[in-house]
Design a protein around this ligand. Structure first.
Ligand SMILES: Cc1ncc(COP(=O)(O)O)c(C=O)c1O
Length: 392
């Protein structure tokens, strides 16, 4: 069986991390990783998570199985965090999943089961794993126009005309906030037009919310999702707690279906449980229990909100520093950087220029120019800007 097996293509982000580790040059800079880093360059355990973890370990009585849907209280609390207090909760069914990627895969499986002919339209560009996850579920995919790479601006008119050409019943994958890799998010008026177009066309939104709290704030970053939930009959949400709880390796996420009726939501929830069951029986409990305890304890929840805000501000101040430094080099070319959201942006430079930055200056970024602004510190911004200028 294995003699004819072919090697998978290398993961461009993971192989970049290996190259970075092997680089012995002083002052090397890793802007390729997909995790938050604090000003000391660490990916910290949030104090709220450490507190919840100590209490949880001290009081835990059993490690008996949880159900295929995970911990129902966790699911309710994450639902409320994402959909907000006005959510049509009776029409939302959800389960806990192994991270946001698990949620994406479980929901992709649900689409494949329920509407195998549906085409899933993903933004161009999108997170590379979207393509792999959707292909793994045997779904047909295509891209819609999203970013103008040269200007870094959203191609809103083209996006709307692509939505108008989608077949009713097709699925549109949307980044709820902090688009990865570009940081180019629709503004509120754009979202209104996108939602109108989706409603008019009868396509199903599949929202990926992996960075709530890293754009404009926890509530603001969920605004587009909440508008969709208020307006549209159905939607899917893949939620990741990895970044906003800094709990990456514990694999914490949730998958939700908004249905037209409470009865359909209950059935969708049961089907999501089946998708969990066939993939890994049930999601891991530990990290989800910590998130549940944080969100369910008002003082810890308030502390955590402050910690998310501090991470957001740190990334935003790095972004502002780099935008200012690059504006001195070419104000027009880099104009969008300062307006983009979240940890990522794509610098408008070629793959060959990315290679030169790595080879000549030990600066690592993804070949499409994606940088993680948390990988920088504000003092390094002018150094990075000069390095970029040297390869233009
Ligand atoms: C856009 C997007 N969606 C989903 C995820 C999944 O995150 P995780 O599976 O680690 O929770 C990521 C992680 O990088 C992401 O960038």
């Amino acid at each position: 069986m294995f003699q004819t097996m072919t090697a998978p293509p290398p993961d461009k982000i993971l192989s970049l991390s290996e190259l970075f580790r092997a680089d012995t040059r002083q002052g090397k800079l890793d802007l390729g990783v997909g995790v938050y880093k604090d000003p000391e360059g660490r990916t910290p355990i949030l104090p709220s998570v450490a507190t919840a973890e100590a209490a949880h370990v001290a009081t835990l009585q059993t490690k008996a199985y949880v159900g295929p849907g995970g911990d129902p209280r966790f699911v309710e609390l994450v639902r409320d965090l994402a959909f907000g207090s006005e959510a049509p909760v009776t029409r939302i069914g959800g389960v806990q999943t192994a991270g946001g990627a698990g949620a994406l895969r479980v929901l992709a499986g649900l689409i494949a089961q329920q509407a195998p002919e549906a085409v899933v339209h993903v933004p161009d560009p999108t997170w590379v794993n979207h393509h792999s996850v959707l292909a793994d579920a045997r779904l047909r995919t295509t891209s819609y126009r999203y970013l103008d790479a040269a200007s870094g601006q959203l191609r809103i008119e083209e996006m709307l005309s692509d939505i108008a050409a989608m077949a009713p019943g097709d699925v549109i994958l949307l980044h709820g906030c902090c688009h990865n890799p570009t940081g180019a998010d629709p503004v509120a008026e754009d979202w209104d037009r996108i939602i109108d177009a989706i409603a008019a066309r009868g396509v199903l939104p599949f929202v990926d919310l992996a960075y709530q709290g890293f754009g404009d704030g926890l509530e603001q970053d969920a605004a587009a999702l909440r508008k969709m939930a208020a307006r549209l009959p159905e939607l899917l949400l893949a939620y990741s707690c990895s970044k906003n709880f800094g709990i990456y390796r514990d694999r914490v996420g949730a998958a939700f279906v908004l249905s037209e009726t409470a009865e359909a939501a209950g059935i969708a929830k049961a089907q999501l449980g089946v998708r969990n069951r066939v993939a890994y029986s049930m999601p891991p409990d530990h990290g989800a229990a910590l998130v549940r305890d944080i969100l369910g304890t008002p003082e810890l929840a308030a502390q955590w909100r402050g910690e998310v805000e501090a991470m957001r501000r740190h990334v935003a101040s790095n972004r502002a520093a780099l935008a200012e430094a690059l504006a001195e080099i070419d104000a027009q070319r880099f104009a969008a950087l300062g307006t983009q959201k979240g940890m990522f942006s794509c610098l408008p430079i070629s793959a060959a220029q990315v290679d030169r930055l790595r080879d000549e200056q030990a600066i690592y970024m993804v070949s499409d120019g994606r940088i993680n602004l948390a990988g920088l510190d504000a003092a390094q911004a002018p150094v990075l800007a000069r390095a970029v200028a040297s390869v233009l």
